[in-house]
Design a protein around this ligand. Structure first.
Ligand SMILES: Nc1ncnc2c1ncn2[C@@H]1O[C@H](COP(=O)(O)OP(=O)(O)OP(=O)(O)O)[C@@H](O)[C@H]1O
Length: 256
């Protein structure tokens, strides 16, 4: 059973602490929304959890073993990160970018395109970018590129997906589609996604982690975490929170 744990995680740059004593544990079957205002530390936490950066304090535990002790390839097969900013470094096709998600398994894009063609096609379909497969990624719109990057994440088929603002650039239809896909993934795996849309987080996620100034200040169900008080204290907004049959609807009414 896949599981990911943060034990007293801290991360500092120079003298500035970006993460402070963050602890939680998560397992297969959970779709966790990681929320908090700009600069709260969401991306920093996801980078620590994925091994992209090494925490200054504490440990990340992946499947009962310290993340640092995992061989890189085995780790990449188990856990995949969709980073917040993934500007394509060179002109490759959308299909080749998705094939990058198979690198831990195949070792090269060309091999992935041959061996994993069906899987790559499925990932492109899931993100509704199949018609863009041949396009060079540097010609795509912001939302199209993000969906291709989501397809790369899907193609990894890793047990654990960490996604940093997967839907921020997407139109409402594709936001719903990608959130549903992440939800479906979490039925057998673990998904942690940094999100700014609080209503979609409330509707799709089972659990919410609220970060504020580098600290984990709330961890619970959407109803437990997305309260008027928490939104006032952390986001400095007066929010109208309405219970609907599809979960909480949250509207930022005014600044406090
Ligand atoms: N290398 C760095 N040097 C100095 N400060 C940094 C560095 N990296 C991140 N920070 C700061 O750390 C804080 C947390 O950044 P982080 O990207 O984790 O926030 P976030 O919650 O993901 O924000 P957003 O919602 O805006 O994406 C921010 O104030 C950011 O400016």
């Amino acid at each position: 059973m896949a599981g990911l744990e943060g034990q007293h995680l801290g991360f500092s740059v120079a003298d500035k602490a970006l993460l402070k004593d963050v602890s939680f544990s998560a397992a297969n079957g959970e779709f966790i929304g990681l929320i908090g205002p700009n600069g709260a530390g969401k991306s920093t936490l996801l980078k620590c959890l994925s091994g992209l950066i090494t925490p200054s304090q504490g440990d990340v535990i992946l499947n009962q073993k310290k993340l640092a002790a995992w061989p890189a390839k085995a780790r990449a097969k188990t856990l995949a990160l969709l980073a917040q900013q993934e500007a394509p470094a060179w002109s490759i096709s959308a299909e080749a970018l998705v094939a990058l998600g198979r690198l831990p398994h195949t070792g090269s894009i060309d091999a992935a395109l041959k061996v994993d063609a069906a899987l790559i096609r499925m990932a492109l379909q899931a993100a509704d970018v199949e018609t863009l497969a041949e396009r060079s990624v540097d010609t795509l719109s912001g939302g199209e590129l993000r969906r291709v990057q989501c397809a790369r994440l899907f193609a990894t088929v890793a047990d654990i997906w960490l996604a940093d603002e997967p839907i921020a650039a997407l139109d409402p239809l594709h936001q719903l589609q990608i959130m549903q896909l992440l939800k479906t993934k979490s039925e057998t795996g673990l998904v942690i996604a940094a999100l700014h849309d609080l209503s979609l987080a409330a509707r799709f996620c089972d659990r919410i982690l609220l970060l504020h100034e580098g600290r984990l200040v709330a961890d619970g169900t959407p109803e437990q975490v997305l309260t008027e008080k928490n939104l006032a204290d952390v986001y400095r907004i007066k929010a109208q929170i309405t219970a609907t049959e599809r979960g909480l609807s949250i509207v930022a009414e005014s600044a406090l």
